[in-house]
Design a protein around this ligand. Sequence first.
Ligand SMILES: Cc1ncc(C[n+]2csc(CCOP(=O)(O)OP(=O)(O)O)c2C)c(N)n1
Ligand SMILES: [Mg+2]
Length: 611
Amino acid sequence: MSRTVRLTMAQALSRWLAAQRVEAGGVETPYFAGIWAIFGHGNVAGMGEALAGMEDALPTYRAHNEQGMAHAAIAFAKASRRRRSMACTTSIGPGATNMVTAAALAHVNRLPVLFLPGDVYASRRPDPVLQQIEDFADATVSANDCFRPVSRYFDRITRPEQIIDALPRAMGVLTDPALCGPATLALCQDVQAEAFDYPEGFFAPRLWRPRRPRADRAELAGLIEAVRAAKAPLIVAGGGVLYSEAEAVLADLAARTGIPVAETQAGKGALAWDHRQALGSIGVTGTSAANAAAEAADLIVGVGTRLQDFTTGSRTLFAGKRLIQINIAAPDAIKQGAEAVVGDARETLEALTEALAGWRVEAAWRDANRAAVAEWNAAWDVATAPGSALPSDAQVIGAVWRQAGEDATVVCAAGGLPGELHKLWRSHRPGGYHVEYGFSCMGYEVAGGLGVKMADPARDVIVMVGDGSYLMLNSELATSVMLGHKITVVLLDNRGYGCINRLQQGTGGRPFNNLLADAAHAVLPEIDFAAHALSLGAAAEKVGGLAELDAALGRAKASAKSYVIVIDTDPAITTEAGGHWWDVAVAEVSVRAEVQAARRDYEHRIDGERQ
Ligand SMILES: Cc1ncc(C[n+]2csc(CCOP(=O)(O)OP(=O)(O)O)c2C)c(N)n1
Ligand SMILES: [Mg+2]
């Protein structure tokens, strides 16, 4: 009989998490870099008791908001290219449901994170326990059922021995490149504290290696033949390129063959911005060079992309084109009528490079793309050149980019900034661009910046955030100060939801309920963001304009603790150059002539969408 060890479920779970290993950068290291925890009655006596004393093997980090700590965990995983991740434990009820938005964020972005919300008593002894929702028709329902549609794996642990199967299954999802996403184990409060005789072998260290399935031979042969036959091929690099660590192979393939490469939000940074085949961002927030290439291309090869509407210009940019999708997940590979090549990006691009040896695109295609990039670079100079008026987001981005070292990582998620950054930020290296644009969740930015910093503390992390996103969730700024993980936050205050205000007018609406001035108010808020950041323990200052921003960025760089720079910006300006149509449904009936006109234009546009 195998030996056993008597532990509570929470103790066994924590020990098991600490025993999971991966190889990162040639060194074996724990898969779970730590566990974020906010305790309540639903986890303090179970998980809390287990984690105390485990600090060396599984460090616990205290946060201020469950959604925020989950954002930090997710950003950590994204910055670690899904090789490592973190767990998050909460109480039952509001602590648990505060993480549901973050779970959806991880699900959309295909990022691994282990959610461990506390759950109601399995025994039902004290029902209804504090914070328990009561479903009159179904006694098995708890608030944690909200996690089901936003988890790649969900289980409720109602007996201590269930984790012997549940944990490896959760880990299988976290480490599977095709299924990757959040795993949720809802831990019944009483079961966390219940003891069981676990087999000792359950806690043996286990090494998880990234899986790299090769493409099916026939699918690969079809891809090679299609590229060889193409007059104007274009590669669209998505996040899968980075998660597969395929960037060097992609750069080499592009250089050898001359095939131009455009990047999605998640794929940005795969190529250095000045690589000779780099066209920059594609789609709704694309460069003129990339979007012109997509329109002229006779073959589009997507690599590791979900084909989100922003990438495809709501299915108009690639309409009528031959589309081949290299993707680890078959459901992604077959989207939008694409010919599928299911496999690991690096393996597939390596095979493609080998098969295309000696083959190059025609000179006319190469020259057209080079000329388009030169034109885009001129537009970049115009958009980012400092002026004397209230600065635009683009001008602030230009100033921050010029000051940022090649090793810096810019972090963003929602508002007008992600689009402007997609177009204008010039990535020097993979990992230098971290924009969460799958869920585009306001409030990801500050906590996300902390997670990125934790993934690589040597890195300069620059968070660019709008006033709206900052106000929605900024509490992990205090955590960054507390943990000594310094981030720089550049806060662009345009006094409201600038991008939605522009979208509202673009769809024929009048300015309503987006900018502070257009919303119901007794007084117009005069929010002192610098004072707010100071009160959380960060260093902070407000600058009077672009000229002062440069000097402030220098002070931020020299600061040992997190530093917030506030700058007023113009809510109306966005970069005109580049871009493509985005499908936002316009009201079919309205008394406003502007809405009627926008609707006519909209109906004309949707005729072109790829079926
Ligand atoms: C949690 C969440 N709520 C709502 C939205 C919809 N939304 C997208 S951008 C935005 C406004 C963001 O304002 P701010 O951060 O100030 O950026 P700005 O648009 O002014 O550049 C809103 C409300 C969202 N993306 N996320
Ligand atoms: Mg704003």
